[in-house]
Ligand binder design. Structure first.
Ligand code: PEP
Ligand code: MN
Length: 341
């Protein structure tokens, strides 16, 4: 017994009784109160619990189901939830038949450029605007982002285009300000195992895009998702963005096999970021198409009106025309794999 799912109408007193019972067996309870229901993760050596003891928990008031899950990640696993998770963001669904496209600059640089990019990606059919206001830069001397000013511009772009906003959170101290403006919080590759950050986001009700760490295995990545989910936030979207290998022809090696692997292991939506995966604008479109063919639920693509003047990642950013062309070329590929875009 690893997970106890409570009935939607379970009472606080039912929860208390269950926790007491677990504690009597020397186990602890990790209570995850989601928007729909409460789930208890059982912590400790659960292999000692007999079938009779498990049945006695199943019979308790407020209990809907008791499950044994073999994988180390539990809430994220397919064993825990068989059906694909769909996440609704301001009326747009991530994880359904329709492939969602998140597009925009690497960083929010100024209001005018952002508005112009937002209008162009909207026209081309994107369903989210992205842009970093807090940037994880390799050099402390590089542009670090506009902070709250950038978040305000993103909110203005949303007002103007209707596109919900995706933006990165790097530090738990900025959670409050970021969630004031963002519709989806992005956890960048460099922070995939920043466990304190993951735990804080786990208490937020905002959907989260969890990018794969630069050298993270799929198991480590799913364990990071579990950190967020174990705190009650089950709205996690996994984003493959390339991993470090010996290959230098591309910025990273985009691991597209992660898409079908994840589809087997987890119910969470999976999106692909070919921009950071390859690092060169003219390789982005072929890999975006391959991602859709591989079964990705969405794409994250960097777009800039003047990539040559961009303050970060200009070399991998598509110009609006190339983005528009990609969007139309994706249509038959999506259709061929039973999706739409
Ligand atoms: C980004 O999305 O701009 C970014 C910094 O991505 P990653 O964390 O994948 O490098
Ligand atoms: Mn970038």
């Amino acid at each position: 017994m690893d997970i106890i799912v409570l009935k939607p109408d379970a009472k606080e007193s039912h929860l208390k009784h269950i926790i007491k019972k677990l504690e009597g067996w020397g186990l602890k309870a990790n209570v995850s109160k989601g928007t729909e229901r409460t789930i208890i993760g059982v912590i400790g050596d659960t292999s000692k619990i007999t079938e009779e003891e498990e049945d006695s928990v199943r019979a308790m008031e407020g209990v809907e189901n008791v499950m044994r899950i073999l994988r180390p990640y539990k809430l994220a696993s397919r064993e825990f939830k068989k059906t694909d998770t769909h996440i609704n963001v301001r009326g747009t669904r991530i994880g359904g038949k329709k492939i969602c496209v998140i597009a925009g600059p690497c960083a929010v640089e100024n209001k005018r450029t952002l508005m112009s990019i937002a209008e162009k990606v909207k026209k081309a059919g994107a369903s989210f605007i992205r842009g970093g206001a807090f940037k994880p830069r390799t050099s402390p001397y590089s542009f670090q982002g506009l902070g709250e000013e950038g978040l305000k511009y993103l909110a203005e772009a949303r007002e103007r285009t209707g596109l919900p906003v995706v933006t990165e959170l790097m530090d738990p101290r900025d959670l409050e300000v970021v969630q004031k403006y963002a519709d989806i919080i992005q956890v960048g590759a460099r922070n995939m195992q920043n466990f304190r950050l993951l735990l804080e986001i786990g208490l937020s009700d905002k959907p989260v895009i969890l990018k794969r760490g630069l050298s993270a295995t799929i198991k480590e990545w799913l364990m990071a998702a579990e950190y967020i989910m174990s705190r009650g936030n089950h709205k996690v979207i996994l984003c493959e963005r390339g991993i470090r290998t010996f290959e230098t022809a591309t910025r990273n090696t985009l691991d597209l096999s992660a898409v079908p692997v994840l589809k087997q292991l987890t119910h969470l939506p999976v999106i692909v970021d070919p921009s950071h995966g390859v690092g060169k604008w003219n390789l982005v479109s072929p890999m975006a198409k391959a991602a859709v063919a591989a079964g990705a639920d969405g794409l994250l693509i960097e777009v800039h009106t003047k990539p040559e003047e961009a303050l970060s990642d200009g070399e991998q950013s598509l110009k609006p025309d190339a983005f528009e062309q990609l969007m139309s070329e994706l249509q038959p590929i999506a259709k061929a794999v039973g999706r739409e875009i």
